[in-house]
Write a protein that binds this ligand. Structure first.
Ligand SMILES: C[S@@+](CC[C@H](N)C(=O)[O-])C[C@H]1O[C@@H](n2cnc3c(N)ncnc32)[C@H](O)[C@@H]1O
Length: 263
């Protein structure tokens, strides 16, 4: 017996973002302050092996990173690939600067030719990919020699987000969904990539709990799909109560960044 609540619909993770409601809510509920986004782009761009890089974003979602990389990494060209037409629709509507192109496609069968990319970004997508070795092989195929892959995620052993204070059930479901660092490294190395480094840091994502509540009220992430409406409402009420007190200070989220190279 799985113990799963029969009222909760479980869909394959790579398909959850086909939902138009989630795609619209994702765009609104995952905004990043410009300063933080610039810092991320600077970090990601620092791994490009040459100037004016050609960049692939795998699982580009609503295009926040694809668009920001095209704008702020000088001379870059960006292709954003995503399995969900609904997410790509949001990307084209909100994040379509001249240096970026969006294509439908799967990480395990990328819709691009061999050897054309200097840098690949996978941001918050590795936990959605069932065949990580297959996805790694595709990265080996599409990257140039010396090209790099940047995986932006939170590995299972470092899941410590504020969201678990209000929806404690999510800790166990995220522990099942998110891979550990060693698993990702093993699969990508098996695919032919070489591990360069892993760093981990906590970053303020909003100024206080009131802003956090405003961000999460639209249920903007796939993790919430495993909750019933009532469980979601109760967690939101806990968050609203906590946000009502005096200034709570910034809310932090932990990110791990694993960098691989293509020999
Ligand atoms: C949490 S969103 C992350 C979006 C964006 N990278 C970001 O950091 O904001 C995950 C995205 O991965 C996409 N995705 C999931 N499985 C995929 C796969 N196998 N191939 C390509 N995209 C996939 C989903 O459609 C969704 O847009």
């Amino acid at each position: 017996m799985s113990g799963r609540d029969p009222r909760v619909k479980i869909e394959p993770m790579s398909r959850v973002y086909d939902d138009e409601r989630l795609a619209g809510a994702y765009e609104r509920g995952n905004e990043m302050p410009e300063r933080a986004l610039r810092a991320w782009v600077e970090l990601i761009g620092s791994f490009a092996p040459r100037s004016a890089p050609v960049i692939l974003e795998v699982g580009a979602g609503t295009g926040v990173f694809s668009d920001a990389m095209a704008r702020w990494i000088e001379g870059s060209e960006v292709v954003g690939v995503d399995a969900s037409e609904a997410m790509l629709g949001e990307a084209r509507r909100h994040h379509s600067c001249p240096g970026v192109r969006y294509l439908p496609g799967e990480a395990e069968a990328l819709p691009v030719g061999a050897g054309g990319f200097d840098l690949a970004l996978m941001s918050r997508v590795i936990h959605h990919i069932p065949d990580r070795v297959g996805a790694g092989r595709e990265l080996v195929r599409v990257l140039r020699e010396g090209g790099r892959v940047v995986v932006r995620t939170t590995f299972r052993e470092r899941l410590d987000a504020a969201v678990y204070d209000y929806w404690p059930q999510l800790r166990a479901s995220d522990a099942r969904r998110f891979p550990g660092e060693a698993e990702v490294v093993e699969d990508f190395v098996a695919a032919g990539l070489v591990l360069e480094e892993v760093t981990s840091f906590a970053q303020p994502v909003v100024a206080n709990l009131a802003e956090y509540h405003a961000r999460l009220v639209g249920r903007p992430q796939s993790k919430f799909n495993c909750l019933t409406d009532e469980d979601f409402r109760q967690g939101l009420a806990r968050l609203e109560t906590a946000a009502g007190g005096e200034d709570t200070g910034p809310v932090l989220e932990r990110y791990d960044v694993a960098v691989f190279s293509r020999p």
